[in-house]
Design a protein around this ligand. Structure first.
Ligand code: URA
Length: 219
């Protein structure tokens, strides 16, 4: 059962620490979005990708998840390779990027200082994720990028971590029809240290594509 949902508020200031930090960033970088970053992509996606939170000079600056962030380079590359987009590189809101059957969002919609949202911030922001999960098809695949995203998705679906632990490459078929797929986050740190290689990420997308094909016959 999904509870406590609320529609995304582009001017949300519910988390004092985050909203104060964004006010400072707006005064320093006046051309930055520096507000909650909405989800991006198809309205009724077959694939929902859930990241962690906007990066300072990436999604926080451009206003689109994983856009301008180092982590977005490999992510958008995969989306293009697997037919989920019309372009390989996402640079800014007016670059013509269109996602097909795919939507990208974050567990936390505002930039967290040092990339570390607090438990309270993740919990408060979870109501938006609840709404996003309610809006997708029951057969949709949910790709969780990293442990925080995984935990946020479980929380939004009222599922227990003890029953669905995070592991790179694991997938869970849920009773409601959704499939959860876990991957290490495609962060600069993880890709530089080879914790997540392009090949490993491609394997994740190959699985997702086969799962969607199974569910619907076409992507
Ligand atoms: N940019 C995002 O939008 N999300 C992440 O998780 C990382 C970078």
């Amino acid at each position: 059962m999904i509870e406590n949902s609320s529609a995304f508020n582009p001017n949300c200031t519910a988390c004092p620490r985050l909203s104060e930090s964004l006010t400072k960033i707006r005064s320093k970088f006046s051309h930055y979005h520096a507000r909650p970053v909405p989800s991006f992509g198809a309205k009724n996606p077959k694939l929902l990708i859930v990241g962690l939170a906007p990066g300072l000079h990436g999604a926080n600056a451009t206003g689109r998840p994983f856009t301008g962030d180092h982590a977005g380079v490999i992510l958008y590359k995969m989306l293009y390779e697997y037919g989920f987009s019309n372009k390989e590189i996402s640079t800014h809101l007016k670059d013509g990027m269109k996602l097909k059957h795919c939507q990208i969002t974050n567990a936390v919609k505002c930039l967290p200082p040092e990339n570390k949202p607090t438990v309270e911030e993740i919990t408060r922001c979870n109501s938006y994720l609840v709404e996003e999960l309610k809006a997708i098809d029951k057969k949709a695949v949910i790709l969780c990028l990293g442990l925080i995203s995984h935990k946020a998705v479980l929380k939004a679906l009222s599922l227990k971590q003890s029953i669905y632990p995070f592991r790179h490459g694991i997938s869970y078929s849920l009773d409601d029809g959704h499939t959860i797929v876990d991957s290490y986050h495609c962060s600069r740190y993880n890709t530089n240290t080879k914790r997540l290689t392009e090949e490993m990420f491609r394997d994740i997308f190959t699985f997702i594509k086969s799962q969607i094909d199974l569910n619907t016959n076409v992507v």
